[in-house]
Design a protein around this ligand. Sequence first.
Ligand code: IVH
Length: 682
Amino acid sequence: MSASLFDLAALDAKVRHADLVREIKHHDKLYHGADAPEISDADYDALRRELDELEAKHPEFITKDSPSQKVGPAPSSGFKKVRHIVPMLSLSNVFSEEELEDFITRIRKFLNLPEDEAIEFVAEPKIDGLSCSLRYEGGKLVQAATRGDGEEGEDITANILTIADIPQTLPPGAPDHVEVRGEIYIGRADFAALNARLAAEEKKVFANPRNAAAGSVRQLDSTITASRPLRFFGYALADNLRFETQKQVRAALKSWGFKLPVIPDEEGMTPFAFYNAVQNLRPSLDYDIDGVVYKLNRIDYQKRLGFVARAPRWAVAHKFPAERAVTKLLKIEIQVGRTGALTPVARLEPITVGGVVVSNATLHNEDEIARKDIREGDMVVIQRAGDVIPQVVEVLADKRTGAEKVFELRNECPACGSLAIREEGEVVRRCTGGLICPAQAVERLKHFVSRLAFDIEGLGAKIIEEFYAEGLVKTPADIFRLEGMVIDPPLQSREGWGDKSVEKLFAAIRQRRTIALHRFIYALGIRQIGEATAKRLAGHYGSWPVFRVAMQDAQRDDLLTIEDVGPSVADDLLGFFAEGHNRNVLNDLESFLVIEDYVRPQNMDSAVSGKTVVFTGTLTRMGRAEAKARAESLGAKVAGSVSAKTDYVVAGENAGSKLKKAAELGVTVVWEDDWLALIGGV
Ligand code: IVH
């Protein structure tokens, strides 16, 4: 009896193993070959992890053919890099009328507009394709680039010349230098026909029109691109300052020969009414849209609002409701993050939601599991909105058979076995293993090479895992030692690698030995230090040596004067630098790297450049957020509290204690009007 039970379990495992091998190979091919991944990196990583675990339990399953025995090929990267002169931004999202109202209120507050001033928007469908920037010089299309990370994209000029919707010349009267931005996409009917053709040729079909468009654009052979039904909508200019309104931008694009996303007759419509109108229009459109984009019409206002992180303050995407589906939750597993946070993840019976196969969903934390009473084996409703990680919305309790298992989170890290504790008031349980926890180490390395950090081409999450598992890369500095290492078997002899891809990887690593200060700070992966805070720190300290000394001397008061740095962030920062092993890692890294001083964004020669400014009281001519953003864009540092280092305290109405402090310390106080005069007006 027990023997047959055992066999059944082994059989199950064997079947699962074969499925995993097939699935992983499938995704490898999509990722590296067709450039059209169907699942997120995190989901892919989860598959790999499951495979590793299964093979650890059943070494007899391992064959030469298993993906665990291979190092993935370097991603195809035959495209030249292009630095965007004006960054290509993304948009923040709203999902409800309420969030939309908040967005509009924020604009009103920022610009300090009176309640009765109507704010006009241009609203367009949000096209579900890939964005592209087209540079015209002397009326000729000279360069086309993908968005990439927003700062640097890939040169796809040769491929773009095959798209009929994209004018290769602009008519007389168009500006001599102009950069048009828009979306490349494939229509629904064209997509169906393309897939039918690919299927007839026994080639792989695409999951959805967006993947088809992306896969077609990123072809090294532009004759393939030419055979794909790609289309283009223009929706913006990199620099629209020669226009007064967004509507004029639309009109200009049209007169230059671009197609524009259709909009319902918008006269007098409120943004929300427009959203509903577009939603009604959606079934009749021949292309996929995933929401509506609202853009403030007045360009002088756009300019004042500027952007935060990578999204403009003057535009937002209103996404259509998330798509939902019902599937079975097979089991719950724990993922260990870079800072030791344990996150439960639901492994699902794979299901297609909105054109994408979903096999994992986040469960956030143990409270969420308890609150929703999620059990292994449950039928669950999952939803997926845009690029957000899929979530479990609810359990279909009436579908229960009694075989479902209640999940219990153990107080031990699944990766290293260390105690995992949940501090009072925290929702997250954390592994206390620190340096000895392999999962944390790998996640830290992945963060170190990620896009906003070192961004090393060809060194993605999967390869980091492989290199870590083999002991080639244990700490960040090992990455820079790789080239000089004797590796057995040599990388070039491995499946998926060749002399060229290895040389390319080493060249990419060498190139990143010079790194911007804010990227370096971000790359360290210190808790709570995201991109924005890393930039603030870089701006405040200016250079790596100054920053490092300040941290090691635990100059806490100075740290706390920085905008957005509160006591808990300061604790995490100083805590990091207080650890001997972290300092060793830094010393090691310093021997390989050139860390560039922070370059203030613009206006190095403004009157307030390099000055430290504190705002206090109520400003009347602009909102507080605009005042700060403006000061920063002029090269000033904005601090949250007054100290001897403060150059100016800018006082509005009802200024209080900060004014007193300024008087005590002899810091110059300027009133709002004088400040505006100093910076050249609103
Ligand atoms: S305007 C400053 N208009 O959405 C950003 N973007 O999620 C200006 N997108 O990267 C963007 N349709 O690729 C704008 N009608 C539209 C759009 C649109 C699609 C894309 C664009 C952007 C992404 C942000």
